[in-house]
Write a protein of this length. Structure first.
Lengths: 353, 362
């Protein structure tokens, strides 16, 4: 008896938990949150203009030509509910999306001959298949020559009002999904002019600008979901990231950025308290282990981060031509620099040696 | 202070200028600074045949890596979908670069393939201390092979110290309902070819760094997104790996509230650490005009081999509060605290007040 009671309680608790999870995860939908039954109307052979009367003449502004309850009851003469039909049939957010499209698009149904002929599915192709997809995507627009030409000329403003402030993400081209922070650079490389039709220079410069006031994770400290290259607390791992991806750092920061900051913060390599940061055997006279040589070949940027700029003279002291240090060039080294006049050649190759 | 205007379809103008002053009593530099991040004007031919950007802006096109310059960028478009670009100017000398450049100039030729994508080739040359510092040629493409498949890549070749400077490639695919999206990527960079050619360390040869991996985003439930990422990395002639698991749960259909959890691990060369990150956006109050939200964020880093005296755990946390009393004003404040390899403890207070005005055109 007790076991049975425990099983019943456990079952009820599990059911309650599952129900709560389903609601939390968005799996359990509000029964009133269904899309309008467009497909059923299409299959009945009802022309779109019977409900959306006047849409064929609609210009860029004006009403949305969504059907009213009075229009519905012209056919549904015995409604099952006295309330407004659109309270349950069709989503509020779909109507809101139509309002947003009106606000953000330069679009006139009257300018499209198909609308006048009642051939709405020429553009609203998915209405035949599913109820939720109503608005044509941009790929449908590009099936017309005129719009394809606008795309090629990056003439987005002919259809979009203020893309930069609209904040909509593209659905059918350059999809901003997954780890787009990592992906955006290579996508933008080939079609940067397309990116700038939506994104302002300030957005690019917020990360790539040399004169930023603060990095995005510091300036937008109230947006913790925002992805960025140097996200909050990047400082804790910055030295390890630099070791893992040295080529990444020097795209934006020169090697001198490290020593500048470390000196400013009082944590540069050599100071009275810490002494030389390198282990014994790091450098010495010819014949000694001189561990710095192999280490420098493995991570030259790491060396440059402290010994760059004026610090290079420390290397030149031994590695100049005729000096006690060996030849630092690898076997396959080649350069188009002028050995007499150009840096860094002239530091070591004194007198065209 | 920032502002922008767009006079369709001919002119875009935007500027972002900031000023700051240090307060030595709070431990900051006692200095004043005024800087322009962006001052740019873009003039466009109404038919899209050409556009010209002048001023201070980010130049990024083709295989030319993003560069902050004072200069110009002109694009000409032929009816054959062939685009010609020329650009040039003086690279900006700012607070995060560390070295100055004299000037740069370059160009790009690309061929549009309609809605299928673009293929291009580019060249640029940058001078430093009166001599050639960087000179690169490169190629790039971005193709939408199918409605579910995107492929893009760029390659740049250094001419001063001849060799491969950078390769980036990505292939991404998604299901029709976009419930699942996956990506394969590869990145190869030559650090010494990223350094200015005037650096002595460019003579040491190229150790190269490589990263190749994949990531997958799965919409496990309407409000729940899960990510998994794994990559093989090569640095300092050693192979290693990195990866993360991330989940974001939206607490409402509009995504106004959300909770993030992430576990990350990196194990390559001397970069050996594990991190756990938790963050949330909690809407506290909302009416037609006003919103109030709380944003806690927490991260803890476990380094495998910290140096003596650096501690074995580096926690960081921040609690932010944002109040938007209308569409124009936004007021936010936060307190953050951390312990890391440099500071045993550190506490900071942050605040931001902003006002935005807009003049709609339609």
């Amino acid at each position: 008896m007790t076991r049975r009671l425990i099983a019943v309680v456990a079952f009820v608790a599990l059911a309650g938990f599952s129900g709560a999870c389903a609601k939390m995860l968005g799996i359990e939908k509000d029964p009133q949150d269904g899309p309008f039954e467009h497909r059923a109307h299409v299959l009945e052979g009802i022309n779109c203009l019977e409900c959306h009367a006047g849409i064929q003449d609609a210009e860029e502004t004006g009403p949305l030509h969504l059907p009213t309850t009075q229009q519905c009851v012209e056919c549904h003469q015995d409604p099952h509910d006295p309330n407004t039909c659109s309270d349950c049939h069709g989503r509020a957010r779909t109507r809101h999306a139509a309002e947003m499209a009106r606000k953000h698009l330069v679009f006139s149904h009257a300018g499209h001959d198909e609308a006048g002929a009642g051939d709405c599915v020429r553009c609203h192709v998915d209405v035949r298949h599913e109820d939720a997809a109503l608005r044509p995507n941009m790929a449908t627009c590009f099936s017309c020559h005129e719009h394809a030409g606008q795309w090629d000329a990056r003439d987005c403003d002919s259809c979009h009002v203020e893309l930069a402030s609209e904040g909509a993400l593209p659905e059918s081209h350059v999809v901003h999904d997954g780890d787009f922070l990592r992906e955006h650079g290579v996508q933008a490389a080939a079609q940067a002019d397309l990116c700038t039709t939506c994104h302002t220079q300030r957005e690019c410069a917020a990360c790539h600008g040399i004169t930023v006031a603060a990095i995005p994770s510091r300036l937008a400290f109230d947006s913790p979901m925002r992805q960025s290259m140097h996200r909050a607390n990047f400082f804790s791992v910055h030295d390890m990231q630099a070791a893992a991806e040295p080529g990444m750092c020097v795209i934006c920061h020169s090697e001198l950025f490290c020593v500048d900051c470390h000196t400013r913060e009082g944590i540069a390599g050599i100071d009275a308290a810490r002494g030389n940061p390198h282990p014994p055997g790091w450098s010495g006279p010819p014949g000694s282990s001189n561990d710095h040589g192999p280490a420098a070949r493995l991570d030259p940027v790491g060396c440059a981060s402290c010994h760059g700029g004026a610090g290079e003279m420390l290397c030149v002291g031994c590695h100049r031509v005729g000096g006690p240090g060996g030849n630092p060039h690898p076997a396959n080294f080649s350069s188009r620099l002028d050995i007499i006049n150009d840096l860094p050649c002239r530091l070591c190759h004194l007198g065209n040696l | 202070m920032e502002g922008s205007t767009r006079k369709y379809p001919y002119v875009d103008a935007e500027a972002m200028i900031w000023g700051g002053i240090g307060a030595s009593q709070f431990g900051f530099d006692d200095s004043a600074e005024i800087q322009a991040l962006v001052i740019a004007i873009k003039v466009r031919d109404p038919k899209g045949i050409s556009d010209t950007r002048l001023g201070r802006f980010i130049l990024a096109t083709g295989s030319v890596r993003a560069m902050h310059i004072d200069g110009g960028h002109i694009t000409l478009r032929a009816r054959s979908k062939t685009h010609f670009e020329v650009f040039g100017g003086v690279p900006v000398d700012g607070n995060i670069e560390g070295r100055k450049y004299d000037w740069m100039v370059g160009g790009r030729l690309s061929q549009g393939l309609g809605k299928r994508g673009v293929v291009g080739a580019s060249y640029y040359n940058r001078f430093n201390a009166g001599q050639r510092s960087d000179e690169e040629v490169g190629g790039d493409f971005s193709l939408r092979v199918a409605h579910w498949l995107d492929v893009a890549a760029k390659v740049s070749w250094e001419l001063v110290n001849p060799g491969l400077a950078e390769v980036l490639g990505t292939i991404s695919a998604q299901t029709k309902d976009r419930a699942i999206r996956g990506e394969l990527y590869v990145t190869k960079r030559s650090p010494i070819r990223m350094l200015q050619a005037t650096s002595l360390f460019t003579v040491l040869g190229d150790p190269g760094t490589l990263q190749t991996g994949a990531n997958l985003r799965w919409r496990a439930a309407p409000r729940l997104d899960l990510w998994v990422n794994g990559a093989v990395m090569n640095a300092e002639d050693q192979y290693g790996w990195s990866g993360y698991l991330r989940g974001v749960l939206r607490t409402d259909d509009e995504g106004k509230g959300s909770i993030l959890g992430e576990l990350k691990r990196q194990s390559v060369s001397v970069s050996q650490w594990t991190g756990i990150r938790l963050a949330a956006v909690i809407p506290l109050y909302e009416d037609i005009d006003t919103t109030v939200g709380l944003m806690p964020e927490f991260e803890i880093v476990f380094p495998d081999d910290p140096d003596p005296g650096q501690g074995s755990v580096w926690p960081w946390g921040r609690l932010a509060l944002r109040w938007q009393p209308g569409k124009s004003w936004a007021i936010a404040a936060a307190c953050e605290a951390s312990a890391n390899q440099v500071q045993r403890y550190e506490v900071r207070a942050l605040a931001r007040v902003s006002y935005q005005a807009e003049w709609p055109k339609k």
